[in-house]
Design a protein around this ligand. Structure first.
Ligand SMILES: [Zn+2]
Length: 200
């Protein structure tokens, strides 16, 4: 079983490149798919409870400081509202480069530790090692373990993909897509081909 707080093993390479949306919110389906329906910073998953506002679109480089990047796809990441608020307008190491499995350790008691200066800085600035986040991880580690043992259906819901996977092939970004090949590997297409694992 993949632990609920296992960061990706490799730096994230963008698979999608939609361009030309006037409103950054229009990038949401692409970003959900790109970052596998979870917060790039704390790994909270959509499947753990999704009500309006739970997830935000984070401007990695803040739009107020870098207005030309406000609707630049490569500057947008999928983040939970809590991490997005904690980050605010700070410039930080790129989570897709820095929060990696070998460099960030989440223990069974929910504590988190970074092994590189960049990971440690990101953890500190976002407060990922605050008692509240530690408790959040501890709770979900426990819930997921309990479901794994006693409720396989609930386990599959908590650790599986959402049912409403975005059909990226049906979307037409105004200025096209710089990485059109990525659409064939989006979760929607993979599910249609029967390639999507039950949990991840
Ligand atoms: Zn988060």
């Amino acid at each position: 079983m993949t632990p609920p707080f296992a960061y990706p093993s490799l730096p994230h390479v963008r698979r999608h490149g939609p361009r030309g949306y006037a409103d950054y919110a229009s990038f949401r389906p692409w970003l959900r798919d790109e970052f596998a329906f979870r917060c790039v910073y704390c790994l909270r998953r959509e499947q753990w409870g999704l009500v309006r506002g739970t997830f935000a679109i984070d401007h990695f480089l803040h739009a107020a400081v870098h207005p030309t990047l406000a609707t630049d796809y490569d500057n947008l990441v999928y983040a939970c509202a809590t991490c997005n608020t904690a980050k605010a307008d700070r410039e930080l190491p790129d989570p897709a480069e820095v929060l990696l499995r070998d460099d960030v350790r989440v223990a069974e008691d929910g504590t988190i530790e970074g092994d590189t200066p960049e990971a440690r800085r990101l953890i500190r600035v976002l407060g990922l090692d605050d008692p509240e986040y530690t408790e959040f991880r501890l709770l979900w580690i426990g819930i997921v373990a309990l479901a794994a043992r006693h409720d396989p259906e609930l386990f599959a819901r908590l650790m599986g993909f959402p049912t409403d996977l975005p059909d990226l092939g049906a979307l037409k970004p105004p200025d096209g897509n710089t990485r059109p090949d990525g659409v064939a590997s989006c979760h929607f297409e993979r599910r249609a081909r029967g390639e999507l694992p039950e949990t991840y």
